[in-house]
Design a protein around this ligand. Structure first.
Ligand SMILES: [Zn+2]
Length: 257
């Protein structure tokens, strides 16, 4: 299983970068003309910050989400959603999604301004609202959206609610912790998603592409691995570049970035 280390004041993190699982995430910023209840005011910068925090939570399970793409898009059927306030809104949420960006081979997070719940996982997609609010608990996340997003991703990986309030799967708190059983369950469930790949497999594929004359495809994967290494080890510095974990992560990367 994962080797773990406890950061002071933070969650335990996986220490072997090759054990990390890389998962593609498409984030959709929804808008709708004259519907302030739908139009998110989140920006790409917000999403980068949120994703950084999501990845610090999921480092506990050696799981890393990379932004496959950021779609700024007009919601479809806004009137249907606006007509279904309250518990019935979940049935209308999925109909907000534009057809072109649905894709079934990755995880989706849709951001909108208001709905009844903070976030919801609906198999095909996760929805979160800008205006999410949570009950603060000790050691919890410092802003709601990364916690809400991380919690819903927990459902996507098969986790049920667990009302230990500092736990990631508690309802409505800022808790972020996972226990060993949950970590095991998530990593087992990840095998059900062919698009979730171990870092070692991504590196093999990158090396293969580099060898077979696909430098651009190879480079994209090396960059993905470099971003993982930065998330896990911090930004590369002279001393850190020498650390075995960073070396392992950069592998045969030759770009020197
Ligand atoms: Zn939940």
């Amino acid at each position: 299983m994962l080797a773990g280390a406890q950061l002071p004041g933070g969650p335990p993190v996986a220490t072997d970068i090759n054990d990390y699982l890389l998962a593609p995430l498409r984030v959709h910023l929804l808008s709708a003309k004259e519907s302030p209840d739908i139009s998110t005011t989140l920006t790409g910068k917000d999403i980068a910050r949120i994703l950084g925090k999501v990845n610090r939570v999921w480092a506990q399970a050696g799981l890393h989400f990379y932004l496959e793409s950021l779609a700024q898009e007009e919601a479809v059927n806004p009137e249907l959603f606006l007509a279904h306030k309250g518990p019935a809104e979940r049935f209308a949420l999925l109909s907000l999604r534009p057809e072109e960006t649905k894709g079934s081979n990755l995880f989706h997070v849709y951001c909108l301004k208001h709905m009844t719940v903070n976030g919801i996982y609906l198999n095909e997609a996760i929805f979160v609202k800008d205006t999410a609010s949570l009950r603060e608990v000790e050691g919890g996340m410092d802003e709601p959206l990364p916690r809400v997003t991380s919690h819903e991703l927990g459902h996507a990986f098969g986790l049920a609610h667990r009302q230990d309030e500092t736990n990631l799967m508690a309802s409505g708190t800022t808790g972020i912790w996972l226990n060993e059983g949950e970590v095991r369950q998530v990593r087992e469930q990840a095998k059900q998603f062919p698009w979730v790949e171990p870092a070692s497999a991504v590196r093999q594929k990158a090396d293969e592409w580099a060898r077979t004359g696909n430098p651009r495809e190879a480079e994209a994967l090396y960059q993905r691995l470099a971003a993982l290494a930065t998330a896990v080890n911090g930004p590369p510095t002279e001393s850190k570049r020498e650390s075995p974990a960073t070396k392992a992560a950069s592998g045969t990367q030759r770009t020197g970035r």
